[in-house]
Design a protein around this ligand. Structure first.
Ligand code: ATP
Ligand code: MG
Length: 483
């Protein structure tokens, strides 16, 4: 059963001293201060918040006075404050206007009321606040108190002589009840809210997945009705949500929700195309189901491998011929690269994922000799081996298979070679280009590189050859052969 929300006084122990300290400084300076958004939602759920969201009626320049050394981060009113070695973001109450093109607001307006600030937020569970209006100023007429209008329609802080007011929970949209019911519900009219900012639809799926919530029916219906608006979103914003979704305990729940609501067909049509593609793995299951199983089988905490699992068979729909998928791994590598470019993923991530997709079908036979195992290591690259073995094991699990003894054997043989520290790249060759120049009179150029590559090939076949005199003799005979 869902845990009951904690009552306001019980929140105190869950809010860490640095955050309480920041609130106290805002109150003492005559400003409102609240913990708000996802962090308060997580506190109510008994989860550790990823970050702390604070909100205040203080304008950014006022915050810079209250917190010397703070940094004004962006035009949305967010100021970063360093406290006890951590950076906290405090945002001025605001309302958002003029959403153009179904994206972020073009105009924001700073406000004085926490209620108005909560109304601009996406989901009821993200639109709860805990905190207070200003405390009583230490001395009447201090600059902190001067010129600051009281928040509209709100009682003055209950600070009976001290400067610390009594915090309260502000929950105008029934967020606590939705936390208890584990429901993700848009604030206000869901269609209108998704038309303002289409990212909220993807956030809904992502949050439902990571929190283990259901989509409230009208919220779900609105996503289904307006899914096509997600086509206007920037790649970066989609990628940030996808990354968080893939980090969920069971990402398939959310990926499937993306598919069923129609969002997948808009943001990742290449993957939506996997739906209904038959393959003879798990009986009665299509390629999309196989992909979902594969993603789930990759351990949490391996984001690159999870992304590779999501994209590993992306080349199959396009290469399907006669019930087979010839060359799907290289077609898939090209498609995966295009997807990640569109989503503006970091190049280093994209390169690793493309490499995994391209190589996930690697063949292995017990008959391989040790040179074959060493060539495999060189082809895959030492840094990618772990990821590739994880992906292959997940792919097997996604096909309904258990542990593959052959895969375990290859892993063991790879580890054996790595432990023996045999030369696997030019840096561990007992001669280098300079040696070939000074000892054999070679000149720099492609010929030199060719000889070095050939020497590496020889020592992959037989590591005992990796000694300077031997390699120099070998190089000499290669040159003689070439004549
Ligand atoms: P997480 O646990 O991943 O941090 P979160 O809900 O805190 O989830 P953030 O991106 O940290 O997500 O946003 C903080 C808060 O800002 C949200 O809880 C919500 O109140 C508000 N918010 C974020 N994005 C939007 C949006 N697109 N539209 C409206 N409100 C938003
Ligand atoms: Mg957050």
């Amino acid at each position: 059963m869902a845990p009951a929300p904690i009552t306001p006084p019980g929140l105190f122990p869950a809010i860490p001293p640095p955050v309480l300290g920041l609130l106290a400084r805002l109150w003492a300076a005559g400003q409102a201060g609240y913990v708000v958004g996802g962090s308060l939602r997580d506190v109510l759920l008994g989860r550790e918040p990823a970050d702390w969201d604070l909100a205040t009626d203080a304008r950014p320049d006022r915050m810079l006075e209250i917190f010397p050394g703070a940094v004004y981060e962006n035009r949305f009113g967010t100021v970063a404050v360093r406290e006890a070695g951590e950076v906290y973001e405090i945002t001025t109450f605001r309302s958002d206007h003029d959403y153009a093109d179904f994206r972020r607001p073009h105009r924001i307006e700073f406000g004085d009321s926490i209620e108005l600030d909560l109304a601009r937020r996406d989901f009821t569970v993200n639109a709860i606040a805990w905190g207070a209006e200003a405390g009583k100023p230490a001395a009447a007429g201090t600059p902190a108190a001067a010129g600051k209008p009281a928040a509209a329609g709100k009682p003055a802080a209950a600070g009976s002589g001290s400067s610390a007011p009594t915090p309260r929970l502000v929950d105008p949209f029934g967020g606590q009840a939705d936390v208890s019911a584990r429901l993700l519900r848009a604030v206000g009219d869901p269609v209108a809210r998704f038309e303002e900012d289409a990212l909220r639809m993807i956030r809904a799926v992502r949050l439902a997945t990571t929190l283990g919530f259901a989509l409230e029916p009208a919220t779900r219906a609105a996503i289904e009705a307006r899914a096509e608006l997600a086509a206007r979103l920037s790649g970066e914003r989609i990628a940030a949500e996808l990354e968080k979704l893939l980090a969920a305990e069971v990402p398939s729940t959310g990926l499937d929700m993306l598919a069923r609501t129609g969002l997948l067909a808009v943001v990742l049509p290449e993957l939506a195309a996997e739906h209904g593609i038959r393959q003879n793995k798990v009986a009665g299951e299509d390629l999309w189901r196989h992909t979902l199983r594969t993603v789930d089988a990759v351990p949490v905490g391996r984001p690159v491998v999870r992304l590779a699992a999501l994209l590993h068979d992306i080349g199959k729909p396009a290469t399907l011929a006669d019930g087979h998928f010839p060359g799907h791994q290289s077609a898939g590598a090209t498609m995966a690269a295009a997807v990640m470019t569109r989503l503006r993923m970091p190049r280093s991530v994209a390169e690793r994922v493309v490499h995994l997709v391209r190589n996930h079908m690697f063949p292995y036979q017990a008959e391989w000799g040790d040179p074959g195992v060493r060539r495999f290591i060189v082809r895959i690259g030492e840094d990618a081996l772990d990821d590739l073995f994880l992906l292959r094991a997940a792919d097997n699990a996604g096909s309904g298979g258990g542990a593959d003894p052959l895969l375990d054997e290859l892993r063991r043989r790879v580890d054996e070679q790595l432990a023996a520290q045999v030369a696997l790249d030019l840096s561990r060759l007992a001669v280098n280009g300079q040696d070939l120049i000074s000892e054999l009179g070679m000149t720099p150029g492609p010929g030199l590189g060719h000889v070095l590559d050939e020497l590496l090939e020889r020592i992959l076949a037989d590591p005992t050859l990796n000694e300077r005199p031997t390699l120099l003799l070998l190089a000499q005979s290669m040159l003689a052969d070439e004549g």
